[in-house]
Design a protein around this ligand. Structure first.
Ligand SMILES: [Zn+2]
Length: 398
């Protein structure tokens, strides 16, 4: 890893990597903590989840919804949605189980897959209004390339908009309730501070909003890009174009009467596979026939052609690919054993996403050599070692 000043997570990778005794997550995962018995925070939480009184959590949910309910007069809750199974579940429950009037808000993927656009339409046709925003395509791809080169993840630019566009829109439309799906920190292992929180208070957790996303503000990276990247031309960019990559200001939020955004997973026991079945039944959601590259699952993150590269780069940076997330969650849900998970990880984790490789290079306007050079610039020496001509994990899962 050479001269990467904006990525602030990799320096925290420990010198020696340990694997959770119960699942297949390692200590290289950003923000994760392990207890003294070598069990990760997500597995500890899984046991806790089984002891939650979900009935009283539902009462809490109803109280919150009653506070905002418009009785159909206007939209009363924003559900950020890609058309994926989780947002189908959240939106459908809020509308048909709890009588809310949700507005779905979509930040377009870098490039839709066929199944992604189909599921987007399916959800729309299941009885929901949607506002979909497509950012300025010319600068969006420059920013994706900048993020790949300087943060090791082109997909990062999508993630920013996926979180911040709905928050900005909520403030602009005066809709005070926002429901994201799962608390990823809890479900996949991460920041302990978010444990047992129903959401994020945006007016007090500014640190979270500004520092969370690989540790750097996007505006700082963009300014640096203007000075250092020949493919970025300042006069292509306007402040308006860049607005939705950033959180709304505290003042804007206060003026709109918005404090929190919520995680639906705080109120409902979160099981991805159950959400999938729910979405198939209620909103016409379709999984894929073939598995996603890098894992064995067929129903998660289907809408963007390029998200395989997000997981592939995470594998290069942290030794944690896409299969790890699926397998770890399924162990905790009791669907597979740790031994089965290890076999799956050994078979699929880190598989190169070749299906959309050409599209990815074309989108970023780089060639294969440039791509390989970028990949190698992110290969962590704490994670990898050379064996003959090949790179192998220094501390493989076993
Ligand atoms: Zn674990």
């Amino acid at each position: 890893m050479k001269n990467k000043i904006f990525e602030k997570q990799m320096p925290n990778i420990p010198e020696k990597i340990d694997w959770c005794k119960k699942c297949v997550i390692s200590t290289a995962r950003p923000r994760i903590t392990f207890n003294k018995n070598g069990v990760c925070f997500a597995c500890e939480n899984k046991d806790y989840k089984n002891n939650i009184n979900w009935k009283s959590r539902e009462e809490e949910l109803k109280k919150l919804l009653d506070k905002h309910r418009s009785k159909g007069k206007s939209w009363d809750v924003i559900v950020p949605s890609s058309g994926g199974k989780d947002s189908c579940f959240v939106a459908h429950q809020l509308k048909y189980k709890y009588g809310m009037n949700p507005l779905l808000v979509t930040w377009s993927p870098l490039q839709y897959t066929n199944i992604g656009i189909k599921n987007f339409d399916n959800l729309n046709n299941a009885g929901f209004s949607n506002i979909r925003y497509s950012p300025n395509g010319k600068i969006h791809k420059q920013l994706a390339r900048l993020c790949l080169e300087e943060l090791g993840d082109a997909f990062h630019i999508f993630v920013l908009g996926q979180i911040f566009f709905p928050l900005n829109l909520a403030a602009e439309l005066g809709i005070q309730l926002i429901f994201f799906g799962e608390n990823g920190e809890l479900e996949y292992g991460g920041n302990k501070e978010l444990f047992n929180k129903s959401g994020v208070n945006m007016t007090t957790d500014e640190k979270f909003l500004n520092n969370y996303f690989k540790g750097s503000k996007i505006q700082d990276l963009i300014n640096w890009g203007f000075a250092n990247k020949s493919y970025m031309k300042k006069n292509d960019f306007s402040d308006a174009d860049l607005k939705y990559y950033q959180p709304p200001s505290i003042q804007t939020l206060k003026d709109a009467g918005i404090e929190n955004y919520y995680y639906y997973s705080y109120f409902k026991k979160w099981t991805p596979q159950e959400n999938y079945y729910y979405a198939v039944e209620n909103t016409g959601f379709e999984g894929k026939i073939d598995r996603s590259e890098g894992t064995y699952s067929k129903y998660a993150s289907l809408d963007d052609k390029f998200d395989g590269f997000h997981y592939y780069m995470r594998y290069i940076k942290f030794g944690l690919g896409r299969c790890i997330d699926d397998a770890a969650h399924e162990i905790r849900d009791g669907h597979i054993t740790r031994d089965e998970a290890i076999k799956l990880v050994q078979k699929y984790d880190g598989e190169f996403p070749k299906k959309y490789y050409r599209d990815f290079l074309d989108y970023l306007e780089i060639n294969e050599n440039q791509f390989n050079e970028i990949v190698e610039s992110w290969r962590s020496s704490k994670i990898w070692k050379k064996s003959g001509n090949n790179w192998v994990l220094k501390y493989p899962l076993k």
